[in-house]
Design a protein around this ligand. Structure first.
Ligand code: ZN
Length: 139
């Protein structure tokens, strides 16, 4: 059994060669997604291959950062100590205006007020290494 750290901190998101452009853009608070130039459709999360046509002609585009709550769950009793401090909090699948969905949190809002279809916009949580984590707040 491992002992939790004295001051639990949120795990830092991993980054690899494929996701690096996404994470580098977060340093300047820009939210990117990929676009398949063959299918003419958005792709998220970052990948090397389009899930629609298996092509590799994916380009990066910038999101408006606006979207809606597609679905959500409020966490009252976190199972990991790293997430104990912000509880209760909202984990949500956000549907961006550009047509992709990403898992995130709804912040700056009482979890009891979050609703499916609620309009949200991106806001940023600074990470220790200068990147930012995209979060969403009521628009
Ligand atoms: Zn494609």
């Amino acid at each position: 059994m491992t002992t939790p750290p004295a001051t639990p901190t949120r795990p830092q998101p991993p980054e690899d060669e494929t996701s690096r452009p996404f994470w580098e853009a977060t340093r300047t608070r820009r939210l990117l997604y990929q676009w398949c130039t063959v299918c003419d459709r958005p792709v998220f999360f970052p990948r090397d291959i389009c899930p629609g046509c298996l092509g590799s002609t994916l380009e990066w585009r910038e999101s408006s950062g606006r979207g809606t709550v597609y679905t959500f769950s409020n966490v009252h009793r976190p199972q990991m100590p790293n997430f104990a401090l912000p509880a209760p909090y909202t984990v949500a699948l956000i549907e961006l205006a550009e047509g992709v969905r990403l898992m995130s949190n709804v912040v700056n809002c009482d979890p009891e007020q979050v609703r499916v279809g609620m309009a949200v916009k991106v806001t940023w949580e600074r990470l220790d290494d200068g990147r930012h984590l995209p979060q969403f707040e009521p628009a």
